[in-house]
Design a protein around this ligand. Sequence first.
Ligand SMILES: Cc1cc2nc3c(=O)[nH]c(=O)nc-3n(C[C@H](O)[C@H](O)[C@H](O)COP(=O)(O)OP(=O)(O)OC[C@H]3O[C@@H](n4cnc5c(N)ncnc54)[C@H](O)[C@@H]3O)c2cc1C
Length: 402
Amino acid sequence: MTGFCPEPSDDVAEVRDWVHAFARDVIRPAGAEWDEREETPWPVIQEAAKIGLYSLDFFATQWFEESGLALPVAFEEIFWGDAGIGLSIVGTGLAAAALAANGTPDQMGEWLPQMFGTENDVKLGAFCASEPDAGSDVGAIRTRAVRDGGDWVLDGVKTWATNGGIANVHVVVASVDPSLGTRGQASFVIPPGTPGLSMGQKFRKHGIRASHTAEVVLDGVRVPGSCLLGGEEKLEARLARVRNGERAGEQAAMRTFETTRPSVAAMAVGIARAAFEYARDYAREREQFGRKIGENQAIAFLLAEMATRVDMARLLTWRAAWMARNGRQFSQAEGSMSKLVAGETAVWVTEQAIQILGGAGYTREHPVERFHRDAKIYTIFEGTSEIQRLIIGRAVTGLPVR
Ligand SMILES: Cc1cc2nc3c(=O)[nH]c(=O)nc-3n(C[C@H](O)[C@H](O)[C@H](O)COP(=O)(O)OP(=O)(O)OC[C@H]3O[C@@H](n4cnc5c(N)ncnc54)[C@H](O)[C@@H]3O)c2cc1C
């Protein structure tokens, strides 16, 4: 266990610089084009795969780095480049985290490589929890998984799934015993090409438009028992505990969100930093009334506030990532704190960046309007700001806040 140090180690800094160079040279220049196209940027993902950035090896190495800072540091750089392309590169990582949080070592060994594919044959992973009537309320999930001999058969409709329907491997949260609510849920791997899984509507979005978001329809999807994450015995033991009125431990979807929250926060920090830097550089150059606009306190103080809030969000993110990596309990919902602050910081900072650029900021001649559109999702997905406040409120009061 290492103590918390708000300074990346030399190794982490080296990876940061390497990722930053890719973000600067490849991701940032492609951002506007893929935002307009609203398509998965396969060529960029492929380039990321070629240098080893889009690979199981990269994600696993950063995940297990001892300080816990490696992943948030890398994600901040990728999303500094562009958030839509960024999510296309790291979306598989979120699905992989879902698998790793609930799967056995054998399941990880079998499915994680298939989520990423190879540098010449790139694949994606998708995590499917949300449904039309089950967003914040994951207990309302209606997708059913029913045992049939040694198999499981899944039926239902998932929505807003990042990489949904175009992924090679889908991780699906389903109810195995609806009478138990969230405690009767389990996660399943749906192997490539399984009949019955299809893509429904592809959504057109406000931001992160290079990231594919779609419905996933499960119609009599039959998978072998080995696709139940964690295995039969563990599920049966958990369900028996719940039926006996004992604690069941954390639910499948919740466990995934807890481990991924600081990483999601880091994405928002990257967008916020990109917007701050762009606005700062603009304020140093743009002249009105015979002086740089940055020489007005109104603008300089705004930039000061933006810089401060970006650092604040990053520090909360790194603390939460360090706690998660070093086995510290989130006693005050520190993971949720990081996601809440980083998401709201990204929305606020990107809006101020538009203000500092004035009319230019409102046009597509500059990236800040895109940064602002991209930032908004960070107060919505992986738990809305309201839900983060609910979780933090419950943790700090010890009361069943609703
Ligand atoms: C681009 C995008 C990508 C996504 N990717 C994925 C993915 O890969 N996998 C996946 O499973 N899901 C994904 N999602 C779904 C996302 O996690 C949900 O949209 C999110 O959890 C919110 O659910 P909802 O949209 O149904 O909103 P709702 O739950 O309907 O909430 C609507 C509003 O009501 C508020 N609200 C709800 N309940 C309460 C309460 N108890 N107290 C106070 N306020 C409340 C919310 O905060 C929100 O403001 C994605 C969504 C988007 C838009």
